[in-house]
Ligand binder design. Structure first.
Ligand code: PGA
Length: 258
């Protein structure tokens, strides 16, 4: 590890679970797993569960984040959610620029930049997702894509603020496909992210958390934990199953004890 701070495990529930399903999950999660002093766990449920989940987790160290946000404060923006609304639910984090938002809902680096600025202004910690498509990887553009997404997404953001964020490298072709990236690919990508941030004048890039996301499961996390520059995981599918998520967290805790 390049850093001594805890591993971060962010559970991205995407468009899954009702309040009833959420309660069943949290009850079991709390019963089985309260004592994990070395890892930071952040649940990112749908907006409809944010307040409820934060309430259910009130007596635990587990945090909550939203999966997206709009950059305006309020007004006639049907279907959107503001940073203040997210904070008012007790959430401290917000995922910004997830590839599903980019690919299915037209999120651009410029929009992402506006979301990031507002999240910071409102005291939320952005979890910025970046990653290449298979086509981009196969044509040797991975580093260039990451660089562009970072430079445009972080345009005019203060370097002090950048050093407080969380980044997630999520190769698009590995998300929800069961095909995770090879360790050397992940290491290369995470190094590239640190280089780009360093070139942007961000201090202490070695301690900025960079998560890996894309088909992380209990049966492959051990291998992923060996990768030097990985500081945690953004987990989709596997985070919906309480036993699967707990197994991933337990393996991460064991790694930290080494
Ligand atoms: P996955 O999703 O773990 O289901 O591949 C990861 C993500 O999209 O954050």
């Amino acid at each position: 590890m390049t850093m001594k701070t805890p591993y971060i495990i962010a559970a991205n529930w995407k468009m899954n679970k009702t309040n009833v399903e959420c309660k069943i999950f949290v009850d079991k999660f709390k019963k089985l797993l309260l004592n994990i002093p070395r890892s930071k766990v952040i649940f990112c449920p749908p907006f409809t569960l944010l307040y409820y989940m934060k309430t259910l987790l009130a007596d635990t160290p587990f945090e909550c984040g939203a999966q997206n946000m709009y950059w305006e404060d309020h007004g006639a923006f049907t279907g959107e959610i503001s940073a203040d609304m997210i904070s008012a639910c007790g959430a401290q984090y917000v995922i910004i620029g997830h590839s599903e938002r980019r690919q299915l809902f037209g999120d651009t680096d410029e929009f992402i930049n506006q979301r990031i600025s507002k999240a910071l202004l409102k005291g939320l910690t952005p979890i910025i997702c970046i990653g290449e498509t298979l086509e981009q990887r196969n044509s040797g553009q991975t580093v260039h894509v990451l660089q562009t997404q970072l430079q445009q997404g972080l345009n005019e953001i203060k370097s002090d603020d950048i050093s407080q964020m969380i980044f997630a490298y999520e190769p698009v072709w590995a998300i929800g496909t069961g095909v995770r990236a090879e360790p050397y690919m992940i290491q290369e990508a995470h190094e590239s992210v640190r280089n780009v941030l360093d070139n942007m004048g961000v201090a202490n890039v070695g301690v900025i958390p960079i998560l890996y996301g894309g088909s992380v499961k209990s049966n492959n996390v051990k291998k992923l934990l060996e990768i030097n520059d990985v500081n945690g995981f953004l987990i989709g599918g596997a985070s919906l199953d309480v036993d699967e998520l707990i197994s991933i967290i337990r393996q991460t805790e064991l790694k930290e004890k080494e």
